[in-house]
Design a protein around this ligand. Structure first.
Ligand SMILES: [Zn+2]
Length: 255
């Protein structure tokens, strides 16, 4: 009944019990998981999971903090080729990260080139945005990302930024932080995101929701994100599950 639209189940943090983690997700009612491969190491391991499990899909792209490591032409070609695989549903996660110190000019080039690739082959994009709201919105606009649209992953910005992204054909996805008691802004933003543009995710093993905050996250916990989101929206968890799953299926052309 739930879709986890953003997971990193190939992370070494799951090496000791990956099968159990995936089984628990299924038992918690997660019927589809989108795993994200974001650099030279995690793209192959993500593809491996997508090939092994019928209910795991892949997004592949180059993360801004790994931008310095990208061989632009060669790796864009690699991503483009992988996008022909029916299990690859998006390009991502791509974007800007001003928290870490990867040079911004390099991040911009890698971000722009991947948006251009997405437009060329008609794939939605999954956006990572950390402390870079203004530049992310500006580059999405300049590169006409609206044409393919996509997902603002683990959204942490203001309503003003959310509105700009919604207007550019991006859905807004919330993860664990929205469950934290002191998360006033994310809760307010979630309340205002239209029902047909809202998504949920875990970003596991990172960003575990309350009451697991600070511990390893896993896909089963997307149910906790759903619980918070339903409460904020004033609807039942079943309604929330139904509408966010429908949104994810539509956006990513999932079965
Ligand atoms: Zn991620």
């Amino acid at each position: 009944m739930f879709i986890d639209t953003h997971a990193h189940l190939d992370s070494p943090k799951f090496d000791s019990d990956r099968e159990d983690v995936i089984r628990r997700a299924r038992e918690a009612g997660i019927d589809t998981i989108v795993n994200i491969g974001f650099n030279r190491e995690t793209i192959p391991t993500t593809m491996g999971l997508a090939r092994q499990y019928p209910f795991i899909y892949a997004a592949v792209g180059w993360h801004p903090t790994d931008a310095g490591d990208m061989k632009l032409e060669e790796d864009l070609g690699w991503i483009e080729k992988l996008c022909q695989d029916p299990k690859v549903v998006a390009i991502g996660e791509i974007g800007l990260d001003y928290y870490w110190d990867t040079p911004r000019e390099i991040q911009h080039i890698v971000f722009r080139e991947q948006i251009r690739l997405a437009r060329r082959i008609g794939k939605p994009i999954v956006i990572h945005n950390r402390d870079a709201h203004e530049d992310v919105v500006r580059i999405l606009r300049e590169e006409k990302a609206e044409e393919v649209g996509g997902i603002m992953h683990c959204f942490s910005g203001s309503w003003e930024t959310a509105k700009q992204c919604l207007d550019m054909n991006f859905d807004i996805s919330f993860g664990g932080p929205v469950t934290f008691k002191n998360a006033r802004v994310p809760k307010e933003v979630l309340a205002r995101v239209p029902d047909d543009r809202l998504l949920i995710e875990t970003d596991c093993p990172y960003l575990a929701p309350h009451p697991h905050r600070g511990k390893r996250n896993e896909s089963a916990y997307v149910a906790l994100v759903a619980e918070s989101a339903a409460e904020i929206k004033g609807i039942t968890i079943q309604e929330l599950a139904f509408l966010t799953s429908a949104n994810a299926r539509k956006r990513l052309e999932l079965p």
